[in-house]
Design a protein around this ligand. Structure first.
Ligand SMILES: Cc1cc2nc3c(=O)[nH]c(=O)nc-3n(C[C@H](O)[C@H](O)[C@H](O)COP(=O)(O)OP(=O)(O)OC[C@H]3O[C@@H](n4cnc5c(N)ncnc54)[C@H](O)[C@@H]3O)c2cc1C
Ligand code: FES
Length: 272
């Protein structure tokens, strides 16, 4: 293990200092951690919820010794986390994994659900460096559309497209619909995506048809976070060590699994 990975993998006890409600199912937790403050967009940490579980979460913001993670309540660990209050103890390992490459020129970011969190981090970092930054964000309903105000700020308003499945905000459709039109109308030097894997797969197909570069952040079940346990495999890759960000060439290699299935904690293959 390299020195920096050894340091990242050293377990630190810390505490939640602030909690922000983002939507009916998503809360942002602000936690002091010096090491994770060195994280780049795309990297993740392992958050230990005492007595419950340790779960992987994308780092959304680093600021003055504090990091932010935005967490959707989906099951046991995330329910316990949502019930925690400021001052309560948590544990951290990380930052782990690779990061998005910093592309210049005209870039497009496409997110769904909590996949918006790492892309907001990336958008903030890229906004001053790119010629144009466009963002397409989708959610089921208006309530679940995350960080619209912040994204409007980084995208200069007119370059943000929002979609909801029920039509309560933005266009009523899936995120991939305006995306296909945008890709046919405008030129992009890089497309970044993070969100439900079925969405990522569709975006991969759209960019492949047009021979466009893509980087996608993937999720798999994670335990160790450092490439040892094998629970996060996709094809020949371990998502925690080789990813979570994969480029178009790597996605081509794992396209038979992408958006189709993943390995469960008992080793069986589960459909996505
Ligand atoms: C690299 C990475 C970054 C992530 N970033 C975020 C984020 O920023 N915000 C967010 O809300 N969620 C994120 N997730 C997903 C988050 O880790 C799971 O939602 C969480 O672990 C669910 O735990 P649970 O006990 O509440 O739910 P469970 O009831 O245990 O499971 C609910 C769902 O979460 C999946 N899951 C459970 N445990 C894990 C695990 N150890 N690793 C991966 N998936 C798991 C299950 O397969 C299932 O699909 C990320 C996952 C990965 C791999
Ligand atoms: S989580 Fe253990 S190898 Fe990736």
């Amino acid at each position: 293990m390299s020195a920096s990975l050894t340091a990242a993998n050293t377990f630190r006890i810390t505490e939640i200092v602030k909690i922000r409600e983002e939507s009916p199912t998503v809360k942002t937790f602000i936690i002091p951690d010096k090491l994770c403050c060195k994280a780049k967009p795309g990297q993740f940490l392992m958050l230990w919820i005492p007595g419950v579980d340790e779960i992987p979460l994308s780092i959304m913001e680093v600021n003055n010794g504090l990091i932010s993670v935005s967490v959707k309540h989906v099951g046991d660990a995330t329910r316990h986390l949502h019930n925690m209050t400021g001052g309560e103890t948590v544990g951290i390992r990380g930052p782990f994994g690779n990061c998005f490459t910093e592309s210049r020129g005209r870039v497009l970011l496409v997110s769904g659900g909590t996949g918006t969190a790492p892309l907001l981090f990336l958008a903030k970092q890229l906004s001053a460096k790119t010629d144009r930054l466009s963002f397409v964000e989708g959610a089921k309903t208006k309530d679940e559309l995350l960080f619209v105000k912040e994204l409007n700020g980084v995208c200069n308003e007119k370059n943000l497209i929002t979609t909801t499945e029920d039509g309560t905000y933005g266009l009523q459709c899936m995120v991939t619909e305006p995306l296909a039109k945008l890709l046919d109308k405008e030129k992009f030097d890089m497309i970044y995506t993070c969100g439900p894997e079925v969405m990522v797969k569709k975006i991969f197909e759209l960019t492949e048809q047009r021979k466009l570069p893509l980087e996608a952040s993937l999720e798999r079940l994670m335990r160790c976070g450092i490439g040892l346990c094998g629970s996060c495999v996709i094809g020949k890759y371990r998502v925690c060590r080789d990813g979570p960000v994969f480029n178009a060439g790597q996605l081509r290699e794992v396209k038979d699994e992408l958006g189709i299935s993943k390995i469960g904690f008992d080793g069986s293959r589960i459909p996505l």
